[in-house]
Design a protein around this ligand. Structure first.
Ligand code: PLP
Length: 356
């Protein structure tokens, strides 16, 4: 029996990804070899790579003036690569949580960081009143804050190249790529299993690389020139990403993902707001649809472990909050079903009836 998986990433993936990747591990399309055995430069894998890039363009409506890369190193490597390549003097960082704070730390190694942050209120909101000065080398935002549970659902206007960490909400809504110079993320939420990093970079950014010695593996231009094959790419992850893209397409595309994300989030936030026992942790207008954080009202705090156990008995896993926030976090990525959320809501209601 499949559990109701609310893990924050790695997380629940589509059944078709799991089935087709399992089959390809045993044998890839009558190739007499496993996906784990084929050469990354052989015709079998090259076809998979080309199809994955083409489908990513199609499903996410990414214009042709962007390159799509699949690299190793996680989004964390991008925190370093971005300033290494693009920060000559000053960059703007919107610091909205734990992950953007890490990105700021790497940028500060290379230049001046103009930081606007929601640290004053423990990152429980997205700052709205700020200007991005026109003399910045670029601006960096984190569209979904996986740990704190806030999200920017609009693609903002920006007078300088806009770079977005979309690790935890990419593919959950259409993105207006005309607003961005680069979008990147670790794949391990909506996109596929852990181990690949997607980088979608506007070709013209390659002309803006700072004139400094950059190790070859950290150069975007090399990865673009070599089609993500400068070194051995994460082969099975790219296969699995292609399966995600096929699945998203079969479900009605990213517009359908957007609608489902809203339905799941409404269901769970309504339950939180109607409850006398549970409450949300962030400003309502900035609530994440991907990582729904909630805690107990003070007088019930001692029951935290009991609720996790109660939910576990109903096959609900992954709802323990991040250690920096406490309480609970239900991550409702693309593969989470309405039924998963309904089971969680029922558990919350039943626990409240029994204990409040
Ligand atoms: N950025 C965000 C928004 C994340 O949620 C995460 C990981 O969860 C990261 C960056 C770091 O990603 P990685 O572990 O792939 O380096």
């Amino acid at each position: 029996m499949r559990k109701h998986i609310f893990n924050a990433g790695p997380c629940k993936l589509s059944d078709s990804l799991l089935e087709n990747t399992s089959k390809a591990i045993l044998e890839l399309d009558n190739a007499g070899q496993s996906i784990l055995e084929v050469s990354h430069r052989g015709k079998e894998f090259m076809a998979i790579m080309d199809e994955t890039v083409a489908m990513m363009h199609e499903v996410m409506n990414i214009p042709d003036d962007f390159e799509i890369l699949f690299l190793g190193g996680g989004a964390s490597m991008q925190f370093a690569m971005i300033p290494y390549n693009f920060l000559e003097e000053k960059a703007f960082y919107l610091n909205t949580g734990t992950w953007s704070a890490k990105a700021v730390k790497e940028a500060a190694l290379w230049g001046e960081v103009l930081e606007v942050s929601s640290k004053d209120k423990e990152f429980t909101y997205i700052p709205k009143d700020y200007d991005i000065p026109a003399d910045m080398d670029y601006a960096h935002i984190t569209t979904n804050n996986t740990i704190k549970g806030t999200e920017m659902l609009n693609d903002i206007d920006c007078p300088v190249p806009l770079i977005a960490d979309m690790s935890s909400d990419f593919m959950s809504r259409p993105v207006d790529f005309s607003k961005y110079a680069m979008v990147y993320g670790g794949a391990q939420k909506n996109v596929g299993p852990a181990g690949a990093t997607f980088v979608i970079i506007r070709k013209s950014m390659l002309d803006k690389v700072v004139d400094r010695p950059i190790p070859t593996m950290l150069k975007y231009s090399i990865h673009v020139e070599k089609g993500s094959m400068f070194n051995t790419p994460p082969v099975i992850n790219i296969f699995a990403i292609r399966e995600t893209l096929k699945w998203v397409k079969s479900m009605g595309g990213v517009e359908a993902m957007d609608k489902l994300a809203q339905e799941r989030a409404d269901l769970l936030y309504n339950a939180i707001d109607e409850s006398k026992m549970f409450k949300g942790t962030v400003a309502k207008e900035d609530r994440s649809r991907m990582n729904i954080c909630f805690i107990f009202e003070d007088k019930y705090e001692a029951l935290q472990a009991d609720f996790i156990k109660f939910a576990g008995e109903r096959n609900i896993v992954g709802i323990k909050g991040h250690r920096s926030v406490g309480g609970f976090r239900a991550s409702t990525y693309n593969a989470s079903t309405i039924e998963d959320v309904e089971v969680l809501v029922k558990a919350m209601n039943d626990f409240e009836k029994a204990n409040a």
